[in-house]
Ligand binder design. Structure first.
Ligand SMILES: [Zn+2]
Ligand SMILES: [Zn+2]
Length: 342
């Protein structure tokens, strides 16, 4: 079988490797499609804070079960599945509290783990699997994992409320995570959503996908431009870029009493105006991956009439063209790039 390896800076290589053997509690999967994630692009370019090169990429995966360990119940050969790629210890405080995304001994399939999903076959513990509804295309199924990250962030931002009813929202960045955050915020009933981006093409796409207002992130008065849309501070700002400039903008939009959700993966540390955070009671909330319930919500959203996976999956490459898939994704005008293995 073949497995893709991010061998060095900006280079991926298909390597011939041994097919993994199913251990007790595990399932063996043959890959159909895998998504190229923003974190894969960061890692390949040497910018990921936690994933050094070389590594075995692929955590957004859809495949067919080809083998099930004798002690595994509830899954059968031939079923189409996706996975939660985080691999918790199930023993630490956070795991025991049902926050296994924050496991203190967390490992992550496709990010510095001995296997990745960009391979013909791979194995994982059965506990990490979710079945894909039959009505979903492979493209739609490939969005379950990436959508679960914004779903988790939106649910965290609700802080004691059942959803975002009555809440105003700003989303910084109209890339893949920004657009999926839009989908999640709409699903959870946000009152009005303003999105910002530097590129007109990306703003147009956000507008077409349902943002109420899109604004040029290049404006020197951006925070006040956004506030002017609401006539007051924004209740919840989702920073899907997470660099110094955007976190400063987000805090200014949320000032006073708002929440800033850090959804994008920051490449490095930033400075924040702590006196303002304290005196204006601003909340800064990190959001990391997802939990099983977020997958259930994502499956519900993707199954909704009107959700079109091809609004988000903008190109698919065969595994032999994996380098081109990564280069295309890094070039930046795509939303989600997939690699097809079978
Ligand atoms: Zn991802
Ligand atoms: Zn744990």
């Amino acid at each position: 079988m073949q497995r893709l390896v991010a061998t060095s800076l900006n280079t991926v290589t298909l390597q011939e490797v041994e097919k993994p053997e199913v251990q007790p509690g595990e399932i063996l999967v043959q890959t159909l499609v895998t998504g190229v994630c923003g974190s894969d692009m960061h890692a390949l370019q040497g910018h990921h804070p936690f994933v050094p090169l070389p590594y075995k990429p692929g955590h957004e995966v859809v495949g067919i079960i080809r083998e099930v360990a004798a002690d595994v119940k509830g899954f059968s050969i031939g079923e189409r599945v996706t996975i939660e790629p985080d691999l918790p210890c199930w023993n630490c405080k956070n795991c025991k509290n049902g926050n296994e995304n924050l496991c203190e001994n967390l490992r992550f399939f496709g990010c510095g783990y001995e296997q990745g999903g960009m391979a013909d076959y791979w194995t994982l513990p059965a506990k990490r699997f979710h079945k894909v509804p039959e009505s979903f295309s492979d493209e739609a199924a490939s969005l379950i994992e990436p959508l679960s990250t914004p779903v988790h962030a939106v649910k965290l931002s609700c802080i004691g409320n059942k959803d975002l009813t009555g809440k105003t929202v700003a989303i910084i960045g109209c890339g893949t995570i920004g657009l999926l955050t839009l989908v999640a915020a709409k699903h959870f009933n946000a009152k009005k959503i303003v999105m910002t981006d530097l590129l007109p093409g990306k703003r147009d796409r956000a507008k077409r996908l349902g943002a109420d207002v899109v604004l040029d992130a290049g404006s020197s008065t951006l925070p006040s431009d956004v506030r002017a849309e609401f006539g007051e501070s924004v209740d919840i700002v989702f920073d899907c870029v997470a660099i110094q400039h955007t976190i400063s903008q987000a805090i200014a939009m949320a000032d006073k009493a708002g929440t800033v959700m850090v959804v994008g993966v920051p490449a490095k540390e930033v400075t924040i105006p702590l006196p303002i955070i304290q005196d204006h009671q601003i909340r800064i909330q990190g959001s990391a991956t997802y939990l099983p319930a977020d997958y259930e919500d994502s499956i519900k959203i993707i199954g909704t009439k009107g959700f079109n996976a091809l609004d988000f999956v903008t190109s698919v490459f065969p595994k032999e063209e994996s380098q081109k898939a990564f280069d295309t994704a890094i070039a930046g005008d795509q939303i989600k790039v997939l690699i097809r293995f079978s």
